[in-house]
Design a protein around this ligand. Structure first.
Ligand SMILES: C[S@@+](CC[C@H](N)C(=O)[O-])C[C@H]1O[C@@H](n2cnc3c(N)ncnc32)[C@H](O)[C@@H]1O
Length: 360
């Protein structure tokens, strides 16, 4: 029995090595998830701004940040905006952004979402038809790999988003180039959310209880799972520590904020399938959780235990020196401290920054 288990694990490790870097497996997994992915990730499909899904707390925090960025641009007199969504999935976030920008009075909105999962891109195209037909709106969803050079011109994007786990799927050795490319095309802000190293288990494409079994090979950064419907998924993903994310981004961006999303809500929410109704959180308890989230979301001891990490950044000015990342955060409330190892990783990265114009 023990021998069988060892053999199975060894086989999986071999499969893992063979598949490493296989973006087709990632695309296939999200394609097969179909509509269910959107319901799992974004909640109510009829009302995408109701923020009632499994990640409601994180969604609301991200939306507050993005909404603020649109309002700030608007208050500065901007009436034209260009938005890029990397790994847009079914397009929920880009549609939210375009809808809001239009409501705020932007008269020229150019928005593009790309994703390697063609079925999800098709879903985004279908759902956005009415939005794309609004006057002044140019909204496109395209199949594309964020590991390749982006067609956008230098410093042409006012807001670039890459939300919920996209960067978790990018092999470690490709991340600097992806971030360099984002920094090249962005003149405004970059907002990304990644799954944190201390988060609870996930199978990414659906709720974890939809898996008969799952297995995460941490060394190979590969997830294997079998869903209740018998479908198998197997793809690359790696989890991020806050210090690591900060060190990676600091080579290309001035960091504005880095915080944990959902340290407490997901764990304390109560599960209606299991807990008695009396243990499902009251409004008062939810309010208290919110207070705790704000208290600990930037605390070095807690941040890696969040479900996601939310990073806000602006590209470094061309030719600007990369300082010690401890000094680069413009948000004075950020209490993270990098380990020596991560500081070293950041200082080893700048040569990549000079590669931004080279074809990956
Ligand atoms: C967890 S989903 C998030 C989707 C969307 N950003 C959202 O928040 O709803 C991750 C997405 O990243 C996409 N993805 C993974 N690797 C990619 C790559 N190299 N280029 C483009 N998209 C990628 C997947 O196809 C998937 O749609």
């Amino acid at each position: 029995m023990a021998k069988n288990v060892t053999a199975r694990i060894r086989n999986r490790q071999i499969v893992s090595r063979l598949h490493a870097g296989d973006e087709h497996a990632i695309a296939a997994a999200y394609n097969q998830a179909g509509d269910k992915y959107e319901a799992y990730a974004d909640g109510d499909l009829q009302d995408p701004n109701s923020f009632q899904g499994q990640y409601a707390y994180g969604d609301r925090r991200i939306w507050a940040v993005l909404d603020d960025k649109l309002r700030t641009l608007c208050s500065k007199g901007a009436r034209s905006i260009r938005i890029l969504d990397l790994g847009c999935g079914p397009g929920t976030w880009l549609c939210r952004l375009v809808t809001r920008a239009w409501a705020l009075g932007f008269t020229s909105i150019t928005a593009r979402g790309i994703d390697i999962a063609d079925e999800q891109v098709r879903r985004a195209q279908t759902r956005s038809r009415n939005l794309a037909a609004l006057g002044g709106v140019s909204l496109d969803f395209e199949i594309g790999d964020i590991c390749t050079r982006l067609p956008e011109a230098d410093e042409s994007i006012d807001l670039c988003v890459c939300l919920y786990g996209v960067l978790n799927h990018i092999p470690r050795d490709r991340l600097p180039r992806v971030l360099a490319e984002v920094a090249r095309v962005t003149c405004g802000d970059f907002v990304t959310a990644v799954r944190a190293v201390g988060s609870t288990p996930t199978i990414f494409v659906d709720a974890v209880e939809e898996a008969r079994w799952f297995w995460y090979d941490r060394r190979a950064s590969r997830l294997e799972a079998e869903l209740q419907n018998g479908r198998r998924i197997s793809f690359d993903f790696r989890l991020f520590g806050a210090a690591e994310l900060k060190a990676l981004a600091a080579a290309y961006f001035e960091l504005k904020d880095l915080r944990g999303l959902d340290l407490f809500h997901g764990r304390f929410a109560g599960d209606r399938r299991w807990n008695p109704p009396s243990s499902v959180v009251s409004a008062q308890f939810a309010g208290e959780l919110e207070r705790l989230e704000e208290l600990y979301c930037r605390d070095a001891e807690f941040v890696d235990h969040a479900t996601h990490l939310l990073l806000e950044a602006a590209p470094r000015k061309r030719g600007a020196a990369v300082d010690n990342p401890k000094m680069t955060c413009v948000n004075s409330t950020l209490r993270l401290r990098l380990s020596d190892r991560c500081a070293h990783a950041a200082s080893a990265s700048p040569p990549e920054a000079r590669d931004v114009n080279r074809q990956p």
